[in-house]
Each structure stands twice: as C-alpha cells, then as structure tokens.
Design a protein around this ligand. Sequence first.
Ligand code: URA
Length: 190
Amino acid sequence: MSEELEQLKETCAHCRACPLGDTRTNVVFGVGNPNADLMFVGEAPGEQEDLSGTPFVGRAGQLLDHYLFAVDINREQVYIANILKCRPPKNRDPLPQEEDACIGYLREQVRLIRPKIIVCLGRIAAMRLIKPDFKITAEHGRWFEKGGFLMTAVYHPAALLRDPRKKEDMLEDMKQIRRMLTERGGAAGE
Ligand code: URA
C-alpha cells in the first residue's frame, strides 16, 4: 500500500467522527491494489465485514467474487471500499450525517489510487457518487463522467440475492465494465 494510503488507513482506524465509532468492531477501510485501475464502492460494512475488517466478505461479497471471476477480474488487482467505513446497526441504510462524516476518507482513497473507472455497487453509492436522484433500476450500466473519473453503477450483490432475476443484467453490466477497462488500457486480470 502506498505510504499515504497507509497513513490514511491508520487515521481512519481511530475515527470518532460519528456515533458508529461506538458500535463498530472494526473499521472497514478498504482492500486491494493501491494502484488499481478499477475501484468498486459499496454502501457500508455488514456483520461479516465488521467482524473481519475487510469489505465484501459475507454472502454479498461471495456473489461479487463470482461476477469478478466470470469477467476475468482479479479481486487483488482492483480496490474495494465503501461509502461508510463502519457498520450501521442492524445494517440499516447510512444516515446522511454519517455519510457526510465519512465521505472524506473515500475522497482521499480515490485521490491517492486514481482509478480509471469507479463502479458503484448499488443505489446508495450511486446516489452519493454519481447523482442524488440516481435510479438504479433504470440507470445501472450507464456511464457518467464526473470529476475526471469514468463512473457507472451496478446492482448491489445483496439485491441480487433478494431478486435473482436481476442477475442477467448484472452479468451484462460486468462484461461491459471489463470491456471499458480494456479499452482504456486498464489492467485487472493478471
Ligand atoms: N455490503 C456493502 O455495501 N459493503 C460491504 O462491504 C459488505 C456488504
């Protein structure tokens, strides 16, 4: 990990900027390649993530791994983070004030990693990073240019567990992300 990213992780590990600092087991900062061309951003840690300190390791994470494998993306070559670094109690949606308190960490992660493509996993990340009125059912798989980054959103893997009919769209979106990354000279498969 780059030194600055390591320092940011260390600062984040002691964060008390919102009340989730009182209920978390571990801060879930993010994992992966500090030079990643492709970055995934989810919503917030769940139970398994809170216990392990690693994003997307529970059931939703295993489904994400399945899609990465299907389109020849190596999890170690990308970077995976969340909007919130601490688990909201009972996995409720993040509160606006929690997002506001936490978003600076993600902004710094993006600034230091400088990915070519940012993929929002689900509605909450897309509303925060792409546009506040983002509609995941209508707009998943579309491309947006923001702040010099190419961005898109796909269904959250937890939504696919609840509604398997969305899986076909997810595979198409992931294939398109793979193609776009290759077109932009990005790496993720080795
Ligand atoms: N859901 C998320 O949005 N992030 C995780 O890290 C795990 C589940």
